[in-house]
Ligand binder design. Structure first.
Ligand code: ADP
Ligand code: MG
Length: 255
């Protein structure tokens, strides 16, 4: 049996003023799979992730997660914006990790991870702490629980950011160039955490320029250019036998 589609992105359009940044993007991500999103700078990758997580509203199309439309609901045959509280609730199912880790500098590692579950999920302190320690174990940073972000390396901070996103128990994790700001020697430790997460069955969309990661971990590779998906397929299909000249051109530049 084919896995069910967890995230269904259908004909999504996004404008910034007159700039048509997403021009009808459709993408299905089955549960438990990893989609790696590639493409040149300015092609709309970050915008797509920000629309999925509803940091940005979409102008047309539909994004459905686990059978429920994100941010909008249909009433009398028309789409209406959901109330803010409902949208915020939906957003909790979508974890996001950015290029810059954005940890709260005045909180310890442990506090960074327990803050959102305590506030938003009303988790008890004991429960939130136990879960956070479990996650820190998972990302290899249990010994750093009481450290402040500024005392950590970039790779360690990014691993904390991943643990923080996981603390909300999201159904899907979005990564926007999570290793692009790191010194080269720190990239591997973050990719390893992401690889483990994928192996554990997390559904993920990863914008990355790490081609070896995409080849090894992705179930599907999706190539964007100019606000549209120009090509998608298995890593082997995209890397060894790209059909589009623009894909070949892009791959020549990142290899
Ligand atoms: P990518 O992540 O693939 O590099 P982006 O999604 O960041 O691409 O950007 C796609 C296009 O949208 C670019 O032309 C960019 O300049 C434009 N853009 C992105 N964010 C904004 C914004 N907040 N306001 C106006 N234009 C934006
Ligand atoms: Mg980007």
């Amino acid at each position: 049996m084919a896995p069910t589609t967890l995230l269904d992105i259908s004909e999504v359009h996004k404008f910034y003023a007159n700039h048509h940044v997403l021009q009808g993007v459709s993408l299905q991500v089955p549960e438990g799979t990893v989609a790696c999103l590639l493409g040149p700078s300015g092609s709309g990758k970050s915008t797509l992730l920000r629309c999925i997580n509803h940091l940005e509203s979409i102008d047309a199309g539909r994004i459905t997660m686990d059978g429920t439309t994100l941010a909008y609901e249909e009433r009398n045959g028309q789409m209406h914006q959901r109330p803010r509280a409902k949208v915020d609730k939906q957003r909790q199912d979508i974890g996001m990790v950015f290029q810059h880790f954005n940890l709260f500098p005045h909180y310890t590692v442990l506090q960074n991870i327990t803050l959102a579950p305590s506030l938003l999920k009303k988790a008890s302190k004991a429960k939130a702490t136990a879960r956070a320690l479990e996650l820190l174990e998972k990302v290899g940073l249990a010994d750093k629980r009481n450290a402040y972000p500024s005392s950590l390396s970039g790779g360690q901070q990014q691993r904390v950011a991943i643990a923080r996103a996981l603390a909300m128990e999201p159904k899907v994790m979005l990564f926007d160039e999570p290793t692009s700001a790191l010194d080269p020697e720190l990239v591997g430790e973050v990719l390893k955490v992401m690889k483990d997460l994928a192996a554990g069955g997390m559904t993920m969309i990863v914008v990355t320029h790490e081609m070896s990661f995409a080849r090894e971990v992705a179930d599907s590779v999706v190539v964007m250019d100019g606000g549209v998906i120009i090509e998608s397929g298995t890593p082997a299909a995209i890397f060894d036998n790209p059909q589009q000249e623009r894909t070949r051109d892009f791959l020549r530049h990142v290899r």
